[in-house]
Design a protein around this ligand. Structure first.
Ligand SMILES: Nc1ncnc2c1ncn2[C@@H]1O[C@H](COP(=O)(O)OP(=O)(O)OP(=O)(O)O)[C@@H](O)[C@H]1O
Length: 636
């Protein structure tokens, strides 16, 4: 009996962006052709905006280089005519020298132009991709926090940044290839038509088979990608589970290594089998294409022979006709390839465009109204909040007011909405319904930066900034004026991070990341102290501490809560403090306790009031206090 796989029992959903490949796999060549103008316009507009001079120059050198090819072909026809009209004689060879010089000159010019094309493209493409990259990064940096909680946006940001930017670079290359091969194709067809009007369609016939084969292989690749995309994703999920550091401890302790490796190998083997099958099938299609092209070329030679036999065309021009035939076949194959690739890129370019549009929508609207400094009153009016894509709201119908200097504790079971509420009070998330006001001003109408300037957030899992210990504390207020170091001493002392810093090899100058030479990592509790120090040092009007001591030892926890409870009285101003915690003993002295149940506010009051009233709070408190009381009773 084979073991049930640990990862991927349920099917991994096909990512939304993979729809691109489904469309490309289904579309016909005409559809691909029709999509080109828009894709070309997007890329050229960007190139023009980045560097108009280089873009114009690239266009000119490409067109000139294509024209020189055409001219070279026609000049070759002259040479053949001069040499072969009635058999070569020394006089005719001398006569044809100027035409030969023109052919040689056109080849030399073409070589020079190729070098110019490479130089211009080499200068233009990195500029354009950098500009697009910059645009995307700036767009994503500027979105509101909530966007990062939306899986669709995260995926779009990933694809837009990766595939979108890559497609701009490749589109530029393909547009260039399309211009060159297009002009060469026209040149070959015009040359053939000049030699004899019947030749041009015959040339196309031979070249079409090659074009068909390359379009067919491209489609097979898209279909293959679609068939394997979810398995590839599963492979990478298993690979992460089998190799990443985050899971290493449990992987070893649960002895899962062999099991995960086995699953990894099974998926990888099935992907390899598919790759091999695809290689065989594409080879067969290419072979069929070649065979058809061979038949087409044969037909072209028959027509050529007939034209010569019936003296519809002079023998002297046959060489040029063959040359035109070869040029047409090569350039049609290149043109087909470029059209297909550009069609694929047109979808990826859509990611880039959609990402810019979506990011612009998800930016906080700019506002000239700044937030009140140190608000006297924060009020929630009928606030409901749902996470993007979630059917059930995380918070429902909240109404309450917090006054300056209050210490308000949020309590409730896991998932009751405490963390989410902290983000709404501080304007990090906008409510889905209702309004959050600071001194009467709706937060969504205020300049978002000015709101965030007023807040400090101590997260349950604080960010582990790859900076020195000092910067990890001061990063929240880098410009704070602290010449005597009083604010620094206050923050590190209250949080207890002073003991951590004293133990570091270079003290406050130690870099806290193992990615750097001499870098140092911290324990979970030490990082938490670092986060608390950062929050205190920021010295903001509204402080939210979300389970700040979950990883701290009892002594450190007591010290931090004493600091946070008195934070509202620090200095000469009263700071509003929101505490989220499960350890209810820590918030007995809070001015007010709000009890949440499944996103609704079910109780509020002081510890004594809530204990006297009975209900959810007293139940939770009793559950925590009972073991201590029992212990005390036994001791007595
Ligand atoms: N990013 C998110 N996307 C979707 N749903 C979320 C997200 N974050 C939280 N939720 C959901 O919102 C609800 C409230 O979560 P929240 O984190 O606010 O609860 P909490 O009271 O802080 O929980 P805990 O005590 O476990 O920290 C939960 O049902 C949770 O599953």
């Amino acid at each position: 009996m084979t073991a049930q796989p640990l990862i991927g029992v349920a099917d991994i959903a096909t990512p939304r962006w993979a729809a691109v490949d489904a469309k490309v796999a289904k579309a016909g060549f005409r559809k691909a052709l029709a999509s080109l103008p828009r894709a070309v316009a997007v890329v050229l507009r960007l190139a023009w905006a980045t560097s108009p001079g280089l873009t114009a120059l690239a266009g000119v050198v490409h067109v000139v280089s294509g024209c020189v090819t055409a001219f070279g072909l026609l000049a070759t026809a002259d040479v053949f005519t001069a040499l072969l009209q009635q058999g070569p004689t020394p006089e005719r060879v001398v006569e044809s020298l100027p035409a030969i010089a023109v052919v040689v000159g056109s080849y030399a010019l073409r070589a020079l132009l190729d070098a110019a094309v490479a130089a211009v493209e080499g200068a233009l493409r990195p500029r354009v991709t950098r500009a697009a990259d910059d645009e995307v990064t700036a767009a994503v940096v500027g979105v509101e926090l909530l966007a990062f909680d939306d899986a669709d946006f995260r995926e779009l940001a990933r694809q837009g940044a990766r595939q979108g930017i890559r497609s701009i670079d490749t589109s530029l290359r393909e547009i260039a290839a399309l211009v060159s091969s297009g002009i060469a194709l026209i040149a070959a067809l015009v040359t053939a038509a000049v030699l004899n009007p019947w030749l041009a369609p015959v040339l196309l016939l031979a070249a079409l088979a090659d074009g068909w084969a390359s379009a067919r292989v491209a489609k097979m690749n898209y279909q293959h990608f679609l068939d394997t995309v979810t398995r590839n994703m599963r492979k990478s999920v298993i690979e992460e589970a089998a190799t990443y550091r985050d899971l290493a401890l449990e992987r070893h302790a649960l002895t899962l290594q062999d099991r995960l490796l086995g699953e990894y190998r099974r998926v990888a083997a099935s992907l390899m089998d598919d790759d091999i099958r695809l290689a065989h099938r594409s080879n067969l299609v290419r072979l069929a294409g070649r065979a058809a092209a061979g038949v087409g070329t044969g037909a072209a030679y028959v027509v050529l022979g007939l034209l010569l036999y019936t003296q519809a065309m002079e023998l002297a021009l046959a060489g040029t006709a063959v040359l035109a035939m070869r040029t047409a076949s090569q350039s049609l194959s290149q043109t087909t390839r470029a059209v297909n690739l550009l069609y694929e890129d047109s979808f990826h370019l859509d990611f880039y465009r959609k990402l810019l549009a979506e990011a612009a929508q998800r930016r906080a609207p700019s506002s000239a109204i700044t937030a009140p400094e140190d608000p006297a009153e924060i009020r929630l009016h009928d606030v409901t909040f749902s996470y993007p894509g979630q059917p059930e709201p995380a918070l429902t119908g909240l109404n309450f007011t917090i006054r300056r200097g209050e210490v308000v504790a949020l309590v409730g079971e896991n998932g009751s909405g405490k963390t989410t509420l902290g983000k709404l009070i501080t304007g990090l998330y906008p409510p889905t319904e209702g309004v959050v006001t600071w001194d009467g001003a709706d937060l969504t109408t205020l300049d978002r930066r000015s709101v965030h300037e007023q807040i400090a957030v101590i997260a349950q899992h604080p960010a582990e900034w790859p900076m020195t210990a000092r910067n990890n504390v001061t990063v929240g207020r880098v410009d704070r004026d602290d010449p005597e170091g009083a604010a620094w001493r206050h923050a590190v002392g209250r949080s207890g991070v002073d003991e951590v810093i004293d133990g570091l090899p270079r003290g406050e100058d130690t870099v806290l990341s193992k990615k750097f030479n001499d870098g140092q990592d911290l324990s979970g509790g030490q990082w938490q102290r670092m986060g608390i120090a950062r929050g205190i040092y920021r010295d903001a009007a509204v402080l939210v501490a979300d389970e700040p001591t979950a990883a701290l030892d009892a002594r450190a926890e007591a010290r931090v809560f004493a600091a946070l409870n008195s934070a509202s009285l620090d200095g000469d101003r009263r700071r509003t403090t929101i505490l989220v915690t499960h350890r209810l003993a820590n918030i007995r002295t809070a001015d007010r306790i709000l009890v949440l149940e499944r996103g609704r506010l079910v109780q509020q009051g002081t510890h004594d009031e809530l204990m006297a009233r009975g209900g959810a709070y007293r139940d939770l408190y009793e559950i925590q206090a009972r073991p201590y009381r029992a212990g005390e009773a036994q001791a007595v």
